[in-house]
Design a protein around this ligand. Structure first.
Ligand code: SF4
Length: 377
């Protein structure tokens, strides 16, 4: 039975964070129930006969703004149309301040076995700067309540590279983050998108731009401290205690098949990538008419498939096996990319050890520089 991962996009948020460019809406709360019905409609319309679901990820947006009954309806819709593995990883993204112990207990009862909390910072000042809707105290409480509700696979998201952060403050925050004891941690660099409030503030010099050197220093400090604390840096932005790597996200990096459901959700199926409309009203209209809301179908050429396999695989700590990829694409990878590999090795961004090509610590910081070299011309 072919394996499939499901991503369910829930696009509702209490308010937009200052840096956010995700497809999410802070003024459509009235549409939550309608959206849940539409998701179930899309699950039915797009059913993949005979697929076994190994991971389910409810992301957003803020999925924890849906009630336990609404989350239950979505999961029931999935179970009605798919065989879900008994040990499937089922993740819910949640924001502190939107969950309490009773809600989290309901999530456990519904079969959610992994919780991903968007904490982002343990400084009130930084949370205000980021336009987050929660306090540090609410974040700490959410972690405690998740444990009390029985979550033993907890992931926390943080942002590094905020302007004006001193490295001593970052070290202190990292100690506090480690003390929270989560099994999995994600750290994303602050990126400026021009159409966000933060992007506009920086463009008009109302706030300083994030400093690339400071961000690099914070990343390196995080990498060292988390490793000392027993976390494995298994992917560029992700650290986990052994055995708690995200199975769902690993499917993305290994080019496994996934189906995205909901507005703006992306999919990779049968060698093609596609995404759903980003327009919520169009999404509702299409589902009502019995049509899948898909657009931007991009069949992946063998050249692009090769590139994707290389640069997605390089995101992982173990890197890529050049002979495995060579067999898969009937090429000699080290000859094909000999100039690129030699140049990147010279720059200290990749290292070759026997058959494996992987990023160096510096290469992890400058991953995009590396990935560009493997794109089709
Ligand atoms: S909670 Fe997440 S999706 Fe919602 S506005 Fe903030 S960053 Fe965007």
């Amino acid at each position: 039975m072919p394996e499939l991962s499901l991503y369910i996009h829930v696009p509702f948020c209490l308010k937009k964070c200052s840096y956010c460019s995700f497809v999410s809406f802070s003024d459509r709360a009235r549409d939550k129930q309608k959206y849940v019905q539409a998701l179930i409609g899309e699950i039915t319309l797009g059913q993949r006969e005979g697929a076994a679901v190994s991971t389910v990820y409810l992301g957003g947006g803020t999925p924890s703004l849906l009630s336990d009954r609404q989350i239950g309806s979505i999961l029931e819709g999935i179970h009605n149309h798919y065989v879900v593995d008994t040990d499937a990883e089922v993740t819910l993204e949640a924001n502190p301040g939107t969950v309490d112990e009773a809600y989290l207990q309901s999530m456990r009862k519904l079969g959610i076995n992994r919780l991903s909390l968007g904490i982002q910072s343990l400084s009130e000042k930084e949370l205000a700067f980021l336009g987050r809707c929660h306090t540090v105290e609410e974040s700490r409480r959410a972690v405690i309540e998740a444990r009390q509700a029985g979550f033993d696979n907890l992931s926390l998201d943080f942002i590094y590279g905020l302007p004006n952060r001193k490295s001593c403050h970052w070290e202190t925050m990292l100690n506090e983050i480690i003390d929270l004891g989560a099994e999995h941690l994600s750290f994303y660099g602050l990126t400026l998108e021009p159409d966000t409030p933060l992007g506009k503030m920086v463009a008009s010099n109302k706030t300083p731009s994030p400093d690339a050197d400071q961000a690099a220093e914070e990343y390196e400090i995080a990498s060292r401290k988390l490793m000392e604390a027993g976390y494995r840096h298994y992917e560029i932005s992700n650290w986990a205690k052994p055995g708690f790597e995200s199975r769902h996200n690993t499917v993305y990096w290994q080019r496994g098949q996934y189906l995205g459901i909901g507005v703006a959700a992306h999919s990779f199926l049968d060698g093609s990538r596609f995404s759903n409309t980003v327009n919520l009203d169009e999404y509702f209209m299409k589902i009502k008419k019995g049509q899948l809301p898909r657009e931007d179908l991009e069949p992946i050429s063998p050249e692009l498939a090769l590139s994707e396999t290389i640069f997605l695989g390089l995101r992982l700590e173990e890197g890529i096996s050049m002979s495995d990829i060579g067999h898969q694409f009937s090429i000699d990878l080290s000859s094909r990319f000999s100039a690129e590999i030699a140049e990147l090795s010279g720059l200290g961004l990749v290292e070759v050890s026997a058959d494996r090509l992987k990023l160096t610590p510096r290469g992890r910081l400058l991953g995009n520089e590396v990935f560009l070299r493997f794109l089709p011309s």
